[in-house]
Design a protein around this ligand. Structure first.
Ligand SMILES: NC(=O)c1ccc[n+]([C@@H]2O[C@H](COP(=O)([O-])OP(=O)(O)OC[C@H]3O[C@@H](n4cnc5c(N)ncnc54)[C@H](O)[C@@H]3O)[C@@H](O)[C@H]2O)c1
Length: 394
């Protein structure tokens, strides 16, 4: 197996998961012939540098991305920082000629995302964007059903990403609630996954949107201790303003004429991570929910007196399932989706393949997000520019 040197920037929730995902590649995707070598990780927090070395097995841990990009051992990089750093870090990686796997949302706005896509294109490097829900075997199968015409003509789609991670007013005011640091709120954080899922499953891009947004918890306590992802924070009595939306609902028209509704919330009590897509067609319908990631429901034809959904458990023949479980119906995990993404990224970085969601897909989702923000502000329909080079069309 060939060793491939990996550099990683930011050892938070996603950085840790990227690191673990690389390590699983030789066993899950042996045909790639690649053994990722965790060369260097960058994070300004000393405790994260220690964890990078001692817990995740990086050979070196440093404080800045510059030290990662200057390392000749680094052939590919993971960019897992808060959103406001994505543009500068991605442009630096492109200038260094290093293929990058960047987390979503790609930039804090569509203009930044376009800069990232253009820089990667000019440098001729492979890119991957963290639209992990695509890789669920059941989602891959929904896309295959639609592409094969099994549902007939797609008429409409419902997609929602409803979570409760910010439902407590005592939840910390992290970078995610800061317009400068995150860009939009739940639109970039969750709905961007939905924009990608709708395009990926239907093969149709979102062409036009009409949306509403709201902030339900306008002030939050300032953290006195920083955590990882959404956990491990401590807060004091001082509060600050929330700078971006908690909730969004959008009506959309797809490029093939189908209609879609998309909704996201980060403050929906009772919904933990309820992410789902339902596709309706003239000959059937199918649906998937992340809360039951390893199954999907399908209804083909008119069903006669047994009209209704059939539940299908994931198994061999659905996406990459067989790489993870030897028998049908054994659950895969969220982390497995990231391993698939890592493998697609490394395949694209080392061969002429294009399998991972790439920077054009990241830009396409960013344009949908931006159109939604503009529609909510103007209370009107907004067109979404078409992006070439995405991987979602059939
Ligand atoms: N694909 C998904 O499902 C998914 C899930 C969660 C987060 N994300 C995305 O991943 C990204 C990171 O989110 P997270 O939850 O891992 O964040 P996090 O808050 O857990 O971690 C951020 C890390 O960035 C580090 N950092 C801050 N400034 C830095 C700098 N100048 N240089 C290098 N590192 C720096 C911090 O020390 C911290 O370790 C975001 O873009 C987020 O939207 C994606």
């Amino acid at each position: 197996m060939r060793e491939i040197g990996v550099g990683l920037v930011s050892l938070g929730w996603m950085g840790r998961l990227h690191a673990e995902s690389y390590r699983r590649i030789p066993a899950r995707f042996p045909e790639l012939g690649l053994r990722p070598r965790l060369a260097v990780a960058a994070d300004p927090v000393p405790e994260n540098q220690r964890a990078a070395r001692e817990e995740f097995g990086f050979e070196r841990a440093v404080g800045s991305i510059e030290e990662v990009l200057a390392d000749p051992e680094v052939e590919v990089v993971s960019l897992c920082s808060p959103n406001f750093l994505h543009r500068d870090f991605a442009l630096a990686a492109a200038a260094a000629g290093k293929p990058f796997w960047i987390e979503k949302p790609m930039g804090v706005c569509a203009a930044q995302s376009r800069e990232i896509r253009d820089a990667a294109r000019a440098a001729g490097i492979a890119t991957a964007v963290g639209f992990n829900y695509r890789h669920a075997p059941a989602v891959e199968h929904l896309r295959a059903l639609v592409a094969a015409g099994r549902l007939g003509r797609v008429t409409n789609v419902r997609c929602w990403l409803i979570a409760d991670y910010a439902s407590s007013p005592r939840g910390p005011l992290t970078w995610r609630y800061d317009r400068e640091k995150a860009g939009s709120g739940v639109i970039g954080d969750l709905l961007s996954h939905g924009a990608d899922l709708v395009a990926y499953v239907t093969g149709q891009r979102i062409a036009e949107v009409s949306a509403r947004t709201d902030v339900f918890i306008p002030r939050r306590p300032i953290p006195t201790k920083v955590g990882v992802g959404h956990g491990g924070f401590e807060v004091g009595s001082q509060t600050g303003p929330v700078g971006n939306e908690d909730w969004v609902a959008a009506l959309a028209t797809l490029s093939g004429g189908a209609h879609a509704t998309l909704e996201s919330s980060r403050v929906a009590r009772g919904h933990r991570s309820d992410y789902a897509i339902e596709v309706f067609g003239t000959d059937g319908s199918a649906r998937w929910s992340f809360t039951r990631m390893n199954e999907f429901e399908v209804m083909l034809g008119d069903g006669g007196t047994e009209h209704g959904y059939t539940t299908v458990l994931a198994g061999a023949g659905h996406g990459d399932y067989a790489r993870f479980q030897p028998g049908p119906g054994i659950p895969m995990s969220f982390d497995d989706l990231k391993t698939i993404e890592a493998a697609q990224f490394l395949a694209d970085a080392t061969t002429a393949s294009q399998s991972a969601p790439n920077a054009s897909d990241g830009l396409a989702a960013a344009e949908v997000s931006e159109a939604i923000v503009r529609s909510a502000a103007s209370r009107s329909w907004v067109e979404v520019p078409e992006i070439e080079g995405t991987t979602s069309a059939f």
